[in-house]
Design a protein around this ligand. Structure first.
Ligand code: PLP
Length: 383
């Protein structure tokens, strides 16, 4: 971005932050000073990574420090250390008001999601999934012969809970939800979702993918994990790949009733402690879970960038959904033309989901990358 563009962008961001009652930018810079690493990927490599919903800020400095500390024992399995998988499970359990027996660690949350798909879909049962969504479970379950029933979001792009419940049959083994949902960025209001899960989990297991829950204010009170302590037949997946900025370290987890977690652990890991996620990711996850400031900074930065992007979409007259996560779903009117434009400018993109084939999803990237995107979009006739 040239200096004038950058100045204009910062001015817009500042005005937006003020309007939103966020940190004033100078206070923000002070807090940020040294708190997160610099993501230099867009400088080194001119591909703009607006695809995977990664946190462009880079990992927190606390995480970088712990990695430097534990790297020298990479020759060892991550067991019997102060930063080992057992400690991580205990910490997660404590923070969630659960027992370590309710926690199973995975390589990202992708792996636990595939375990769930295998566990519940392997006998050809029916699995109910929303559409559109980040549908690892549905795609994988289908591959192994399960009957997958997609239920489309409603006209406001919200989960159609009534229809999902209506689709439950004697064969249903799992119903999945994603909250906030990817790609729509919408959420189901907490008490409504809790009532739904309480009701439906008497009929089938319910899995909530909470990969983006940390982008909500007071996110812990909005998680469905507390239903597990209530004894409900509910599974929750979380990841360190999104707001915690550790996608490359591949660590996540699944929470659930202890009997179900024990069954899955035995089936998919044989309970072998050495095959836990690696020592760097375990130590990083323990550190990240205790770094609320980093989450707050990331959450506020996301809101700031998102609102500037909304203003830009307003200028272009494009429809979009106000997102509760670190991406925005919007109508590009002609997805083919948009895709060509993105590829030509080396911007990684996502979109073209069923039924809304002209809608795209864009990850909230750095100011530089977002400004680059806007520059490429403005003035295009089809927009
Ligand atoms: C909703 C959702 N769940 C799960 C994942 C899997 O991510 P990871 O395996 O890095 O945890 C993603 C990745 O984009 C996602 O968007």
């Amino acid at each position: 971005m040239d200096t004038t563009n950058r100045r204009q962008w910062l001015k817009k961001s500042l005005a937006t932050s003020a309007a939103l009652g966020l940190f004033p930018l100078h206070a923000f810079s002070e807090i940020n000073n040294g708190h997160y690493g610099t993501d230099n990927t867009s400088k080194k490599n001119d591909v703009k990574r607006l695809l995977y919903n990664e946190n462009h800020l880079g990992p927190s400095k606390n995480v970088e420090r712990i990695i430097k500390q534990v790297i020298s024992r990479s020759n060892r399995y991550a067991t019997f250390y102060e930063y080992d998988a057992k400690t991580l499970k205990q910490l997660i359990a404590k923070q969630e008001g659960l027992k370590p027996e309710n926690v199973l660690l995975g390589h990202g949350s992708f792996e636990p999601l595939i375990w769930a798909a295998t566990h519940f879909g392997s006998k050809g049962e029916q699995i109910i999934v929303p559409s559109p969504t980040f549908d690892v479970v549905g795609l994988f379950a289908k591959k192994i012969g399960a009957k997958v029933t997609p239920v489309e979001v409603d006209l406001d792009f919200r989960m159609n809970l009534t229809e999902m419940e209506a689709r439950i049959s004697a064969d249903t083994s799992l119903l999945t939800l994603c909250n906030p949902n990817n790609p729509t960025g919408t959420i189901v209001e907490t008490e409504k979702l809790k009532s739904f899960c309480r009701l439906v989990s008497d009929k089938t297991t319910v899995l909530i993918d909470e990969a983006y829950i940390h982008y909500l204010n007071s996110w812990r009170s909005k998680s469905m994990a507390s239903l597990i302590a209530e004894g409900k037949n509910v599974l929750v997946t979380r990841t360190f790949s999104k707001i915690y900025a550790l996608a490359g370290l591949r660590i996540g987890f699944i929470l659930g009733p202890d009997t179900l977690i024990a069954e899955m652990e035995k089936k998919f890991t044989l309970g072998f402690p050495g095959n836990m996620p690696n020592s760097l990711s375990v130590a990083s996850a323990i550190t990240a879970l205790q770094d609320d400031l980093f989450l707050e900074i990331s959450r506020n930065k996301n809101i700031e960038i998102q609102h500037t992007f909304y203003n830009e979409l307003d200028t272009l007259g494009l429809n979009y959904i106000r997102s509760k996560a670190n991406f925005v779903y919007f109508d590009v009117k002609d997805f083919k033309a948009y895709k060509e434009l993105m590829l030509k400018n080396k911007i990684l993109l996502a979109g073209g989901w069923p039924t809304k084939s002209n809608w795209a999803r864009v990850t909230m990237g750095s100011e530089n990358d977002m400004s680059f995107l806007f520059d490429k979009m403005k003035g295009k006739k089809w927009l």
